[in-house]
Write a new protein. Structure first.
Length: 84
């Protein structure tokens, strides 16, 4: 029923949940499941950018071609996430 707990604080209020990043083996397992076509390569690049670059999903999705420098193997993040 909507509004049933409107006057009560949630049970998890004030609790901190530690980060639980995936292990290297889990990342590799996910990357092995991607297909070998261009879409799979794009997905692998996204996974590597999120994992190794520490990007948030919104930062990774905001990337455009000119942000990538294949000669240097670098990515330019123009808009960072101002979370929290």
């Amino acid at each position: 029923m909507p509004g049933r707990n409107a006057r009560h604080a949630p049970r998890n209020k004030g609790r901190a949940y530690p980060a639980d990043p995936p292990t290297v083996d889990e990342i590799v397992a996910v990357m092995r499941q991607t297909p070998a076509d261009r879409h799979g390569l794009r997905l692998r690049a996204l996974i590597v950018g999120l994992w190794r670059g520490g990007l948030r999903i919104q930062e990774a999705l905001a990337l455009i071609d000119s942000d990538l420098d294949p000669r240097r193997g670098s990515i330019l993040i123009r808009k960072g996430c101002h979370c929290r």
